[in-house]
Design a protein around this ligand. Structure first.
Ligand SMILES: Nc1ncnc2c1ncn2[C@@H]1O[C@H](COP(=O)(O)OP(=O)(O)O)[C@@H](O)[C@H]1O
Ligand SMILES: [Mg+2]
Length: 255
């Protein structure tokens, strides 16, 4: 497989007061792949996603996206460049309908802009089409998000991310709150994103899932990059050893 880097992280450091959440880390995300990011609680995974998505700024180091230096200072800038993030807490608005959530902050307007009349019919039609592309069971589009299952909500959050001409989708524990069947559906959708040409970064502490869906795995431990493996060339035991530091201990290379 010849790969092309869509995002590169170069010597990034991020501190929260005295806590060094990320210490001089470098890694890449390859275009068209599903990349897994794993590590114990507190390893720095969510912090890395927040840096890439413009929620946080690094204290040192650089990011490059699509070959260009990336200096996003807000999530809106990252989104405008084609990086979408699906958060653990889903960031959907419960009392709003499915279609209103999909278009939240990017509503379609009809007629002269100054009249600010929402094009509800177009938003409903396009939401239906978008969800149909990714989800086998299209959730009711005019229902409030509160009325849907966790799995349906996650599908909507992913479909919304994919709908915006984005290239890179970041997911922080996308199935952490889901049951087995819902998790399967979301994994299907994540694979579908890759088939549609998206690049995906998935944080997960479900190693079986990581082995089911990723092409490549990066391991963080205590704010440092331990290494990367091509998924088909590694084994869960090796990844667990990298996560826990057992491999370093065996080689006498304690952190
Ligand atoms: N907003 C914050 N303020 C202070 N410390 C933080 C903040 N966010 C993360 N941290 C700390 O940074 C480290 C990495 O956290 P995080 O990126 O959430 O890890 P992970 O997602 O791998 O569990 C932890 O020690 C955590 O307590
Ligand atoms: Mg986290």
């Amino acid at each position: 497989m010849t790969s092309q880097t869509i995002l590169s992280v170069d010597s990034i450091t991020k501190r929260f007061g005295a806590v060094v959440a990320l210490r001089d880390i470098s890694m890449t995300i390859e275009a068209g792949e599903i990349t897994g990011l794993v590590g114990d609680n507190g390893a720095g995974k969510s912090t890395l996603v927040k840096l890439i998505s413009g929620v946080l700024r690094q204290d040192g180091g650089t990011l490059a996206y699509d070959g260009q230096p990336a200096t996003f200072t807000t999530p809106a800038q990252a989104r405008a460049s084609g990086i979408e993030t699906v958060y653990q807490d889903l960031s959907l608005t419960g009392n709003m309908t499915v279609w209103a959530n999909v278009y939240l902050g990017r509503e379609l307007i009809k007629g002269p802009r100054f009249l600010n009349i929402l094009d509800k019919a177009a938003m409903i039609a396009q939401t239906r089409q978008m969800l149909g592309r990714f989800a086998m069971n299209v959730p009711p589009i005019e229902a409030p998000v509160d009325a849907l299952s966790g799995g349906q909500r996650q599908l909507i959050a992913i479909a919304r991310a994919a709908a915006w001409g984005s290239k890179l989708i970041l997911m922080d524990e996308p199935t952490a709150a889901l049951g087995v069947a819902e998790t399967q559906a979301v994994e299907e959708v994540i694979r579908g994103l890759r088939e549609s040409g998206f690049s995906v970064l998935v944080i997960s502490h479900n190693l079986e899932q990581v082995f089911r869906i990723t092409d490549r795995i990066w391991v963080l431990r205590r704010g440092q990059v331990i290494g990367q493996r091509v998924t088909k060339d590694t084994h869960p035991d090796e990844i667990v050893a990298m996560i826990t530091g057992a491999a370093a201990a065996m080689s006498g290379n304690l952190p």
